[in-house]
Design a protein around this ligand. Structure first.
Ligand code: FA5
Length: 350
């Protein structure tokens, strides 16, 4: 039975020779199936042991099992080698050069209006004012009636109003887009007992043609202070301090008499837009020495009465400032329409 042991040796040698030629893991799997698999060469020999004469069986069986162990060992070694080579190949092909410069990620910024709103409210917060917000869709009652502007009063024409298209039983339109932040004066006083010190940042809407200093939607910061013994000097002092902190020491401030039905006396305040003597340039490129930024005054006794405050005990001041106008003067922006035309080049400057 010598030849059969030869067959084992030959099969083993042949398999090991084929193994040398295997160059990848797929090839290795094919080799395993054809050698050690169910129909593989060595398995066939082991299966045929039954037909070998009894006395030869142990020798042949032992030889075949030795061969199997040897082949399995070589298989494991080759598998390890091929896996290591494969991994090295993947690392080589897919490696990233971490020293290459990255792609710049575009970063968002705060809108100039948002920045100005935050700066403005924080100046007043540091002077002891609380910050409150209110609705943009407002009732006629707060936007006009409680501000001493009854229906059919000619002063309503001061604010070109965008009305909400809804009519009540009396045929009136009770809702509108607020034309200013002043309705919050009445809302705050209705629910608070004096003393009151509040600023209200918010968006306003007006049905008006736009130009370089007028938008149909813009932002205001309303201010309200009510207590015993508040005077016009407190109003001026507060607004001076705001202007000094916002525009610096060099800019000048001008108060003029103005009329608003909900204050008495009433004023408006402008900030200087003088030519720089050296460059001849103005902060805003408009041929005007003064740019108005706010209306203000002492809260009208009728307004105090309307919300249940006793005007013989309490006095107060109020103001409403245009936030985009302040930003224009501060940052030298010539046209208010730039704020909402969404030109990223403009928005990225601030
Ligand atoms: C008012 O709106 C009053 N509510 C202000 C006020 C409050 C007076 C409290 C007295 C007491 P006026 O319409 O003038 O007032 O607007 C105030 C400021 O808002 C203006 O000075 C300006 O800075 C800004 N503003 C007004 N209209 C526009 C507009 N169309 N576009 C941009 N800013 C505007």
């Amino acid at each position: 039975m010598q030849p059969q042991t030869d067959v084992v040796e030959r099969t083993t040698d042949e398999a090991l020779e084929r193994l040398k030629a295997v160059s990848d893991l797929d090839g290795l799997e094919e080799w395993r199936v054809s050698t050690l698999g169910r129909n593989g060469a060595l398995t066939q020999i082991l299966r045929s042991l039954g037909s070998v004469p009894k006395e030869e069986r142990p020798r042949l069986g032992a030889a075949a099992n030795r061969a199997k162990t040897v082949l399995e060992q070589h298989l494991a070694e080759r598998e390890q080698e091929l896996k290591t080579a494969h991994l090295a190949d993947v690392v080589e092909r897919e490696s990233i050069d971490v020293t290459l410069p990255g792609w710049p990620v575009p970063q968002g910024r705060l809108h100039p209006t948002t920045r100005m709103l935050r700066e403005t409210t924080s100046v007043f917060a540091s002077m002891g004012f609380q910050v409150e917000e209110g609705p943009e869709i407002e009732l006629d009652r707060y936007n006009f009636d409680l501000l001493n502007i009854p229906k059919d009063h000619p002063a309503r024409d001061m604010w070109d109003t965008l009305w909400i298209d809804r009519v009540d039983e009396q045929g009136n339109r009770p809702m509108l887009l607020r034309t200013h932040t002043s309705p919050m004066q009445a809302r705050i006083m209705e629910k608070t007992s004096p003393p009151v010190r509040v600023v209200v940042p918010g968006k306003c809407y007006r049905y008006e043609a736009t130009d370089a200093t007028h938008e149909w939607h813009f932002h205001q910061v309303e201010g309200l202070a009510v207590d015993k013994g508040i005077t016009f000097a407190d109003l001026k002092g507060t607004l001076y301090e705001f202007a000094r902190r916002t525009f610096g020491e060099d800019r000048q401030i001008r108060f003029r008499c103005d009329f608003f039905p909900f204050v008495e006396p009433g004023v408006d305040m402008s900030i200087s837009n003088f030519k720089d003597p050296k460059t001849g340039k103005r902060p805003i490129n408009r041929d005007e020495d003064w740019i108005e930024i706010l209306g203000a005054g002492m809260v009208h006794p009728s307004v105090l009465e309307g919300v249940g405050y006793d005007p013989s005990v309490y006095t107060g001041f109020a103001f409403g400032m245009g936030v985009e106008r302040i930003a224009m003067l501060k940052y030298g922006i010539d046209d208010i329409r730039l704020f909402y035309s969404n030109d990223v080049r403009f928005l990225q400057q601030v």
